[in-house]
Design a protein around this ligand. Structure first.
Ligand code: SAH
Ligand code: SF4
Length: 414
């Protein structure tokens, strides 16, 4: 229960704490153990516990690990370098799981969204966003979020539980399944389609952003363990340069994020005055803007070649004036930050207390930042027809009841 201890340590007075999370290994009704999300050494331990001698356990774990994370195998019968007698021994004791899919949606612009469910029945989401030169998977770290940013729909959800490493890395595995991107391709759950190939190795999924549901630095251990699996050269082998972790500003965990995970950092700044940031990003009352920017300037690995992204949601008449833009520039220069700014048009949800800034306002804001020599692109909303924007997850699913979804699924099958 390490995850529980971590979040409890960092609880914010007046906010809900995550409910206890499953251990890294969730017990299954059939008594078998799910290997998804486990590092090689842990797999070897489990094999030894199940009766293999130390040498065998080590060898088998190496083989199984390769099949799991490099080849995307979910069936021990596929593991051709494991003997025909060993395969059923493994199948009796272990499984290789995947997150359960409740609903998969495909936008007209190519964006895909999956509503997933944990084994204990909690919904969470992931989104895949294809672009001209890359394909980005937006991954969730928690079910819900304890932080209650006022413009964020995830923050309004009551139930919060940390996702396990398996549930986090499982999102990446599932995306590779769906895109048919394992070596030798597994097209089993993908609706086959023509999409351009972005890279020499033909993969569509090139980048990962921890920008789905939840605050990744409030589930640090599990996020770190999952991303280690994603980055491991013998497994999924995604470069840390292609992974970005977004935080609302959990200052005490930022240095460890740089040291122990080493991925790119994005910071949800969203306001430049204490008054406004206290309101819209309430964690600001605990870790203020100056503390946050100091932690950014100390972030291990940040440089002009690897800039920190400052996310800024454009809220009409709240944080979008020219004066706000000038103050943003002043702050970033004062801390001498290798920064780029990502302007995000507010994505409204039913009952949201804000409106998106006008396009003219956004342009003016962007120009001021840009003229100061800081890149300030406006993020184009993607997958609007399926409510898929990052940070704006769960909306459409909540509008529909389970019964409605079942009816739709039944209709789709006929
Ligand atoms: N909890 C982390 C990561 C998840 S949110 C964080 O806050 O950084 C990913 C991004 O989407 C954050 O910058 C978040 O502020 C932004 N976001 C959330 N709700 C949004 C909305 N309704 N419209 C636009 N951006 C939103
Ligand atoms: Fe949580 Fe991020 Fe949403 Fe804030 S913006 S409530 S930190 S998910």
């Amino acid at each position: 229960m390490r995850a529980m201890a971590d979040t409890a340590l960092m609880s914010i007075p007046g906010q809900v704490d995550p409910v206890p999370v499953a251990r890294s290994i969730t017990p299954r009704a059939d008594g078998r153990t799910d290997l998804l999300g486990l590092p090689k050494a842990r797999i070897a331990e489990l094999f030894a516990d199940a009766g293999l001698d130390a040498k065998q356990a080590k060898l088998r774990s190496k083989q199984v690990y390769h099949w799991l994370y490099h080849r995307g195998a979910t069936d021990f019968g596929e593991m051709t370098d494991i003997s025909k007698t060993m395969q059923p021994w493994l199948t009796e004791r272990f499984v290789v799981g995947r997150p359960n899919i409740v609903e998969a949606q495909h936008s007209t612009d190519g964006t895909r969204k999956w509503l997933l469910q944990t084994d204990d029945g909690h919904d969470y989401e992931m989104v895949f966003i294809p672009d001209a030169d890359r394909g980005t998977l937006c991954v969730s770290s928690q079910v819900g979020c304890t932080l209650n940013c006022t413009f964020c729909h995830t923050g309004t959800m009551r139930l919060v539980r940390n996702l396990t490493p398996g549930e986090i890395v499982g999102q990446v595995m599932l995306a590779r399944d769906a895109l048919g991107e394992w070596p030798k391709g597994r097209m089993d759950i993908s609706d086959v389609e023509d999409e351009t190939e972005y890279r020499a190795d033909g993969r569509l999924l090139t980048n990962i952003v921890m920008m789905g549901m939840g605050e990744p630095l409030y589930n640090f251990d599990h996020v770190r363990d999952a991303l280690k699996l994603v980055m491991d050269g013998e497994g999924l082998a995604l470069s840390k340069r292609r992974i970005t972790l977004s935080t609302s500003g959990v200052v005490p965990m930022m240095a460890r994020c740089g040291e122990e995970i080493g991925v790119n950092l994005a910071v949800s700044l969203h306001a430049v005055t204490k008054e406004v940031r206290d309101e819209i990003v309430p964690i600001n009352r605990k870790y203020g803007i100056d503390e946050l920017l100091r932690a950014c300037s100390d972030y291990p690995g940040a440089s002009n070649a690897r800039r920190i992204t400052f996310e800024y949601v454009m809220l009409k008449d709240k944080n979008d004036s020219d004066a706000d833009a000038h103050e943003l520039v002043r702050l970033l220069k004062r801390y001498d930050l290798p920064a780029k700014v990502n302007l995000i048009p507010f994505n409204p949800w039913p009952g949201a207390p804000y409106e998106c800034s006008t396009p003219e306002r956004i342009r003016s804001f962007s120009n001021i930042v840009f003229e100061a020599g800081i890149s300030a692109p406006v993020r184009t909303p993607r997958g609007r027809d399926i409510d898929a924007a990052c940070g704006q997850l769960r909306t459409s699913a909540e509008k529909k009841s389970r019964a409605e979804r079942d009816r739709e699924a039944a209709a789709a099958e006929t």
